[in-house]
Every structure is written in structure tokens, then in C-alpha cells.
Design a protein around this ligand. Structure first.
Ligand code: UDP
Length: 453
């Protein structure tokens, strides 16, 4: 035997819900192949997951892969609670402290498990700087991109755009009205670049610098895992050297331990029995992911718009969805993938986070798009303009999506058979990519072979 080492992968997500969940999906797929995974969260995230799991409804299904996943945590290097929710301080702290904490962790694992030393580190591109730590510790660095390949391609393009003068040093578009990378990828207007959502230039610069660093991480690794497929984003995938599209990553069966779901909020399964009593494709599922925050006025308009539409709806109202709202909750956190695959769901009113976008597409559910920030505007353009599976809910001149606009778009979607047909076609395309022999399936097999070598 040339190499008797058992592969052991360390997976390190950026500490946000939309980053932790897809990396856990990836980890479960890897573990299913008998490869050991250690999944590392920062302590505050780890605590959220533990607490949500304790309060979640228990589901009882058995899964082999769970035995191969160890969950662990490292400190975030910040002691004050206020500072933990300050993105600047958290990012700064992660940059300065993560390499040290991860080095200690890898040393500890390597010294206790002689046969199971860390052979590879998969890092979220957002914290790509830890790949240097991986290399120093003798592990192969691999990057994971949790957003679209288009967002990745755009980040890789920044140096060229700076050189041409199309972007200034804060990431603001200077010359042209839009930036286009290829005619098959929706172009970006000034407010659609994923770092340009804030009116505050300091925040924009922080996120722009993060995107710039994607560059470095991308060239440090031979493998860039993308949660997309060649069929969904052919042009964008072709613009990224070394890209390995392995998506859309799906939820395998519901895990036995809610811990493995990595939810930051407890899942409320009661909505599934509620859905069971509704007619086929009759329910609008409304969810804005984990980060969007609304004004009370906007929240009221949405509630009134849904009511005005006359359709049944299932609405995820996180306890922190509104600024100071007293709004009664409908469901605080849904088992979203289960909901989207339910026959009663006919439409997904979504903020178009990349995970939600993939989950809607994979289940053939048409979208009503309500982007909030970051890459969500660009994802909306994919949904509405490239894949033809959704309609935009537009804001009025005061930046409000009114109840009348909401009702109008619900009505339009209800009778748009072309759009519904496209949604079903996209489901087929996704199924084919990840199904046996499909492009993402083959790429994933290649990756597993690579890990074993
Ligand atoms: N999600 C969920 N239950 C909910 C709302 C969201 O499980 O009630 C999951 C959703 O399935 C997705 C993730 O949370 O996997 C949100 O990621 P996304 O990229 O869509 O949005 P973000 O939270 O990053 O804005």
C-alpha cells in the first residue's frame, strides 16, 4: 500500500447561516463516501446551532454519514457581545486570530489521531486567508464558493476592472452604467455589485476588500468547488480557472441529529402538517433567509399584500426580521427544503440568497423576487432574465414594495404557464446535473477520488 492514510478533511465555513449550511451539505456528501470530516465553527455559531437543535422537533431517521462528521469550535477572539455582532470587528478578529486557533486545532487532531491526520482543508472563500495555514500544516487547501459562479468570476475580474478604471478603489463603478463579463451572464449595475449594497462607503470598502481577497485564495488552490452546475452557469464556470461545479448541493435525507442541520434557529416542523392539508401548488412560501431586516412599514405592506392576494401563504418571520416590530410570528424558521419540495407549494417569494435560489430551482418552484442585498440582485437577474422562472416585485419611488405591487405580481405569476413550465425545466436540469452520470455528479466523484489519493 502506497498511502495508508485515511483522508480527514477539515471544513471551515464563514460564520453566517447561508455559508454554514451549504458547507454542511458538502460535508455530509463527503462523509457518505466514508471520509472523515471535522467541521469547525466559531464558538458563538456553535452555541446557536446547539441551542437551535435542542429546541427543534426531533426527527428520527438514520444516516450513516453522521458518524463520520465531528463538529467542533474555535474561539472568535472577541469577548464583548456587542463586538461579536459588529461585522468589521468580527472580520478583523477572524483574520488575526483564526490562523492561530486553526493551527492549534490541527496540531491537536494530528497528534491524537495518528492515522487520521488532516489531509485537506476546505475553506469558504470569504475566509480564504486560512488556506495559508492549511499549507503550512501540510494539508491541501481547497476553496469553496457558496455564491454563484458569476459572483466568483466577478471577484476574479476586479484587478482588471481597477486597471481599466471601470471601478475605483472603493469598488464603485466609474465609467459605464453596467459591468458585463459575458453576454450569457446578467450584467451588473451600480447597485447590484455584491459589495455595493451599503450607502456607507466604509462598509462598501470592507466588502469590496473581501471580494478582492477572493483572488488570492483562488490562486492558492488547485481546486475551486462551486455550488452551481455547468448547465446552470456555463459562461461563468468557463471564466473561472480550476472551477469544479458540484452543485446544486442538496440536502440528503433529514439528519437524525438536528445538530447536523446547522440551523441557527429551531426548525418548526408544524408547517409541514399544515401544508399537508392544502391543495396542490396553492401556497406561497415567503422567506427572506437569515439576514434581511425590514422596516415596520415594509412588513405591514407585505402582510397586507399577502392578505389582498387571497392565497394561502406560509411565512417565515424570524424574531429579528423587523426593526422593533411586535408582529406575531407565523413560523420562526422552516425546514425550507422540505417546504419547497412539498406539493402544496406553488410559489417562492424569496430574497434570492444563492442557497434559496438553488433550493427553489431544484424543486421546480417559480419565484417572486425580493432581493435585499449583496449578490441577491444579481441572482434575481438570473432567475428573471436568464432562466425565466420568476418575476420581480418592484419598489416604488420611496423604496417600498407596496401591497398592490405584491398582489399584482402574485396574480401575474398565478396565470403565467410559461414561467411555471420554465421552473419545471430548470428542475430537470438541476436533477440531471447532480444525478448519476451528470456533470456535477462526475465532478464530485473526481473530487472524492482526489481526496483519497
Ligand atoms: N432556511 C431555512 N429555513 C428558513 C429560512 C431559510 O432552513 O426558514 C435556509 C435556507 O434553506 C438556506 C439558508 O437558510 O439554505 C439561507 O441561505 P440563503 O443563501 O438563501 O440566504 P442568506 O440567509 O444567506 O441571506
Amino acid at each position: 500500500i502506497i498511502n495508508s492514510k485515511i483522508p480527514h478533511i477539515l471544513v471551515v465555513p464563514f460564520p453566517a447561516q447561508g455559508h454554514v449550511k451549504p458547507l454542511m451539505k458538502l460535508s455530509r456528501q463527503i462523509a457518505k463516501h466514508g471520509i472523515k470530516v471535522t467541521f469547525v465553527n466559531i464558538e458563538s455559531v456553535h452555541e446557536k446551532i446547539v441551542s437551535a437543535a435542542k429546541r427543534s422537533d426531533e426527527v428520527d431517521e438514520d444516516e450513516d454519514e453522521e458518524h463520520n462528521i465531528a463538529m467542533t469550535s474555535i474561539p472568535e477572539g472577541i469577548s464583548s457581545e456587542d463586538d461579536k455582532s459588529d461585522t468589521f470587528k468580527l472580520l478583523e478578529s477572524l483574520r488575526s486570530t483564526m490562523p492561530g486557533f486553526l493551527t492549534d486545532l490541527i496540531e491537536r487532531i494530528n497528534s491524537t489521531n495518528g492515522d487520521e491526520k488532516i489531509s485537506c482543508v476546505i475553506a469558504d472563500v470569504t475566509i480564504g486567508w486560512i488556506l495559508e495555514t492549511a499549507e503550512k500544516m501540510g494539508a491541501e487547501p481547497v476553496v469553496f464558493m457558496p455564491s454563484s459562479a458569476a459572483a466568483f468570476a466577478m471577484a476574479l475580474h476586479i484587478p482588471k476592472l481597477l486597471e481599466e478604471g471601470s471601478l475605483d478603489e472603493n469598488g464603485t463603478i466609474t465609467k459605464d452604467e453596467t459591468i458585463s463579463l459575458s453576454e450569457n451572464i446578467p450584467s451588473w449595475t451600480k447597485n447590484e455589485l455584491c459589495w455595493s449594497f451599503s450607502n456607507d462607503l466604509k462598509t462598501q470598502k470592507l466588502f469590496f476588500d473581501c471580494s478582492l481577497r477572493v483572488q488570492k485564495a483562488a490562486y492558492q488552490t488547485k481546486l475551486l468547488l462551486c455550488n452551481t452546475s455547468q448547465e446552470l452557469e456555463p459562461s461563468a464556470c468557463n471564466l473561472i480557472p480550476n472551477s469544479l461545479p458540484i452543485g446544486p448541493l442538496l440536502n440528503l435525507k433529514t439528519p437524525k441529529s438536528s445538530f447536523i442541520s446547522c440551523n441557527f434557529h429551531p426548525e418548526d416542523e408544524s408547517c409541514i402538517s399544515w401544508l399537508n392539508n392544502k391543495p396542490s401548488k396553492s401556497v406561497i412560501y415567503v422567506s427572506f433567509g437569515s439576514l434581511a431586516i425590514f422596516s415596520q412599514q415594509q412588513l405591514d405592506e407585505l402582510a397586507l399584500g399577502l392578505e389582498l392576494s387571497g392565497h394561502a401563504f406560509l411565512w417565515v418571520v424570524r424574531s429579528d426580521l423587523a426593526n422593533g416590530s411586535q408582529f406575531g410570528k407565523i413560523v420562526e424558521w422552516a425546514p425550507q427544503v422540505k417546504v419547497l419540495s412539498h406539493v402544496s407549494v406553488g410559489c417562492f417569494l424569496s430574497h434570492c440568497g444563492w442557497n434559496s435560489t438553488l433550493e427553489g430551482l431544484s424543486n421546480g418552484v417559480p419565484f417572486l423576487c425580493w432581493p435585499y442585498f449583496a449578490d441577491q440582485y444579481h441572482n434575481q437577474n438570473y432567475v428573471c432574465d436568464k432562466w425565466g422562472t420568476g418575476l420581480r416585485i418592484d419598489s416604488d419611488e420611496n423604496g417600498i414594495r407596496t401591497r398592490y405591487e405584491i398582489k399584482k405580481k402574485i396574480d401575474m405569476l398565478s396565470c403565467d404557464d410559461v414561467l411555471k413550465g420554465n421552473a419545471l425545466k430548470m428542475k430537470e436540469i438541476c436533477d440531471k446535473s447532480v444525478g448519476e452520470g451528470g456533470s456535477s455528479y462526475r465532478n464530485f466523484e473526481m473530487f472524492i477520488d482526489h481526496l483519497r489519493k
